[in-house]
Design a protein. Structure first.
Ligand SMILES: NC(=O)c1ccc[n+]([C@@H]2O[C@H](COP(=O)([O-])OP(=O)(O)OC[C@H]3O[C@@H](n4cnc5c(N)ncnc54)[C@H](OP(=O)(O)O)[C@@H]3O)[C@@H](O)[C@H]2O)c1
Length: 330
């Protein structure tokens, strides 16, 4: 039987405007970096995508290299679209990116026009789409003129293959330059995607000022520090966790005594708020109204449901915020 979306879905999650654009995003977006690849459980990730949409999450974040193997998350998402979500295409904000290593040779990564536009064509084919909603340059390329990289993003829009463009992992100064170039090209930068969480505060050192002053949206990834900001590592490394999988993205070396002790204290604080640590860590990122959305990366339905329930308590008292800073700074 074909899928019919929950008719209540838009009453379930607040939206925030993305910079000064016409785009509004749900407070939580669903990321497909891990858990949606060729090695993952097809039943589980299908359920997650559908449950997310039924819960008001209509933004799905992908990249050319998501898997593993690279490209398989886009293929799998394409199949979910074809089987279930296709009738809802005009409600979805689907993003993809190019920048990291994807195929051999000099045009398989970084920021050349040749790589970005070839990669976008490949992504569209894998997902079975005519266009994506947001096409990102996934990282700043110091060896390619920014004019070329931004020109490629603008071409993607001019060719009807993307509706909006974004940049990810760009430092503050290069972000300013990229935004200025895109404005000149008549294709404004919609959004910047950056790593931000309680343990990683770098965007506060300049990037967030740039985005606020330029009125560009801001979407956060790794809000749970890939799982460190949950209670899972407090008693050791669970068997099915990201750190145990040794994919190279979250290494056991990162789970230092200091970090685990902070997670333990933050977990007590979260419990006092009536939340899991994962929930508190997610909504902590949303305390700044300039953050448009947080991209969640759940591995299963239980985690997805836990993440969504975080929106039940978005408020922090001054005392709680001070206590979080105290824990992080000890
Ligand atoms: N632009 C970029 O360069 C970039 C980089 C990274 C990510 N992203 C985007 O951001 C998305 C999220 O990134 P991320 O995966 O690093 O996010 P994250 O939320 O920091 O980490 C996700 C991991 O946290 C654990 N987790 C999630 N919810 C949990 C819960 N309720 N309870 C216990 N554990 C929970 C799971 O780990 P276990 O598997 O151990 O259970 C899950 O795999 C990606 O899918 C991608 O779309 C973008």
């Amino acid at each position: 039987m074909s899928y019919i979306a929950n008719s209540d879905r838009y009453s379930k999650m607040d939206l925030r405007r993305c910079g000064n654009s016409g785009v509004r995003l749900p407070l939580l977006s669903l990321g497909l970096w891990h858990n949606f690849g060729g090695v993952d459980d097809v039943q589980e990730y299908r359920k997650m995508a559908i449950h997310a949409f039924d819960s008001g999450i209509f933004h799905f974040d992908l990249a050319n290299n998501y898997g593993p193997p690279p490209g398989s998350a886009e293929e799998n998402f394409g199949s979910i679209l074809k089987d279930d979500l296709k009738g809802y295409r005009d409600e979805l904000i689907i993003s993809t990116k190019a920048g990291f290593d994807m195929w051999e040779g000099p045009y398989g990564e970084w920021g050349s026009r040749k790589y970005l536009l070839a990669s976008l064509d490949q992504s569209l084919k894998r997902m079975g789409l005519d266009y994506v909603d947001i096409f990102y340059s996934h990282r700043y390329d110091p060896d390619t003129p920014l004019e070329e990289t931004m020109g490629a993003l603008a071409s993607a829009v001019n060719h009807g293959k993307a509706l909006y463009v974004g940049i990810s992992n760009y430092p503050p100064e290069e972000t300013t330059q990229a935004i200025n170039i895109l404005n000149k090209l008549g294709t404004p930068c919609l959004i910047h995607q950056q790593k931000y969480n309680m343990l990683h505060r770098e965007p506060e050192e300049g990037l967030y000022d740039v985005l606020e002053s330029k009125k560009v949206g801001s979407i956060v990834y790794s809000a749970l520090a890939q799982g460190i900001l949950t209670s899972k590592y407090i008693g050791g490394i669970p068997q099915d966790s990201r750190a145990s999988r040794e994919s190279g993205f979250l290494t056991k070396d990162e789970l230092t005594d200091d970090v685990i002790s902070k997670a333990q204290k933050l977990n007590w604080l979260a419990q006092d708020r009536g939340q899991s640590l994962a929930q508190t860590a997610l909504v902590w990122c949303l305390r700044d109204p300039n953050i448009t959305s947080v991209i969640i990366g759940p591995r299963n339905m239980k985690q997805l449901e836990d993440n969504i329930r975080s929106l039940g308590n978005l408020d922090f008292s001054d005392q709680e915020l001070e206590e979080i800073e105290r824990i992080l700074n000890t």
